[in-house]
Design a protein around this ligand. Sequence first.
Ligand SMILES: Cc1cc2nc3c(=O)[nH]c(=O)nc-3n(C[C@H](O)[C@H](O)[C@H](O)COP(=O)(O)OP(=O)(O)OC[C@H]3O[C@@H](n4cnc5c(N)ncnc54)[C@H](O)[C@@H]3O)c2cc1C
Length: 301
Amino acid sequence: MSAQRSLEVAPEFAARVLHDVPMRKHTSWHVGGPADLFFTPRDIMELASFLRQLRPEVAVLWIGLGSNLLVRDGGIRGAVVCTVGTFGAMERKSVNVIRVEAGVPCARVAKQCVKWGMGAAEFLAGIPGTMGGALAMNAGAWGGETWRHVLEVEVLDRRGARRTRTPKDYEVGYRQVSGPENEWFTGATLQFESKPGADSELIRELLERRKDTQPIGEWSCGSVFANPRTDHAARLIEGAGLKGYRIGDASVSTKHANFIINHGQASAADIEALIRHIQMTVAQQHGIELKTEVRIVGEAL
Ligand SMILES: Cc1cc2nc3c(=O)[nH]c(=O)nc-3n(C[C@H](O)[C@H](O)[C@H](O)COP(=O)(O)OP(=O)(O)OC[C@H]3O[C@@H](n4cnc5c(N)ncnc54)[C@H](O)[C@@H]3O)c2cc1C
């Protein structure tokens, strides 16, 4: 069957599915070639029907705010499902428990939880992604980590079936989560304790402090490499003399060596070449293999 034919969608989705959507519009690095199909569902029922009618050979990638994604310049073969602008509900279930859908930005969760007296959610304020992305990455900051708070997650699989799972169904580590294949998070129930001193003023101060040490506001993906067990990736990169090192329009941030900045015209290939160069140099100089925290997806040109 031709690739074109396998990408055909059922008539009820023809007007709702976008074709050849540049992924640079959906990633915080502002790079990435076209996605064959791009779908933002209205609700979970519609998404379930969409997944069911896709041919089984069509690959599916879910994205949130694209703040941890390097999409290569050749783009994505298959379908991208975007949770932003949908799956946006959040409710308080009891004094310390919330249910939140996957498309809700982490910053909103932090703000609302702190207002509700659940200060332990404050760490989410510094994460510029969605709750779906935070669940997929076990996102964390300021000593907090997403999965420490998960009571259960709601998932949808490739055949459009919904179920609820608990943390015991997953292996959760530092910025990584593995669990059943071919299913994605649509929501979660989380518990956040109260925390003395956690209020919106403290969040503001923490975010201000972050601005002093990280290149916030520039085009980046946050930390590119996971910290190795015994050291900090930023320290190793800086120690290898790579701060400011540039390939094309991408460079190692001079403010925080674990950030790579797109100065405006970088391609995904520039960024990936810089990632490989950093890995090689750090391995030569420190004997440590840095692993990427960012997810690299799609085809090269
Ligand atoms: C300036 C800056 C600062 C950052 N600081 C931090 C930080 O302090 N701590 C930290 O942990 N991260 C940080 N990040 C990285 C990033 O914000 C987090 O990894 C975030 O959780 C990604 O969420 P997202 O919605 O953008 O996911 P995306 O980047 O869209 O996707 C990331 C991964 O999650 C998967 N995914 C997304 N949604 C779902 C879903 N619903 N179900 C299943 N899989 C899904 C994607 O397929 C992909 O593999 C930072 C990024 C930036 C740009």
